[in-house]
Write a protein that binds this ligand. Structure first.
Ligand SMILES: [Fe+2]
Length: 178
């Protein structure tokens, strides 16, 4: 299955070169992690919520689409606020790509890999994006989307992805708590 079919939001990126590089980062992560495209449908989006059925594709798309809605409202409300739509989509689609290196198979399930113990996914994902030549604005978004970014001054695109990610994560996390 083609990545553009797995993540149709890639087509929403206006700049063709950025579309290609976003696809390349996912392909490289699949290759380095020893996965196949089809495995993405089985890899959970988090190991922190036991038995979660939401996979990394569903999560990545939900975070990206939530971010687009947030950006739409912000831009309608605050005319002077400028948000780069291409960066937002590419950063949303790539924010968790490092999980393909952070996780590995364990029997029927998944666990943290040796790489994952050393480098969390924001770090490995940012490295991959940098290797493929993504703009530093997007490398920044991947690196700062989670707690690693708390010591940084996030860009507006990174702020949106950060909160979009957490609203998705926290909403699903309470399902196990209630
Ligand atoms: Fe995420």
């Amino acid at each position: 299955m083609e990545l553009i079919e797995i993540f149709p939001e890639i087509k929403l990126i206006k700049e063709k070169d950025l579309q290609d590089k976003t696809t390349k980062v996912w392909k490289r992560a699949i290759e380095l992690g020893g996965w196949k495209e089809e495995d993405l449908f089985k890899i959970p989006f988090t190991l922190l919520i036991p038995n979660i059925k939401i996979n990394i594709i569903e999560h990545t798309r939900a975070v990206t689409n939530c971010a687009l809605k947030i950006a739409e409202v912000l831009q309608l409300s605050y005319k002077t606020l400028s948000i780069n739509g291409d960066y937002l989509i590419a950063g949303g689609l790539l924010h968790d790509v490092g999980k393909l290196l952070e996780y590995e198979r364990s029997g029927e399930g998944f666990r943290k890999s040796k790489i994952g113990v050393l480098l969390r996914h924001p770090v490995s994902g940012a490295n991959l994006a940098s290797e493929i030549g993504l703009p530093f604005e997007i490398v920044h978004m991947i690196y700062t989307h989670s707690k690693e970014g708390d010591i940084y001054k996030r860009t507006v695109e990174s702020i949106i992805i950060h909160y979009s990610d957490f609203v998705n994560f926290e909403s699903l996390k309470i399902m196990k708590d209630v």
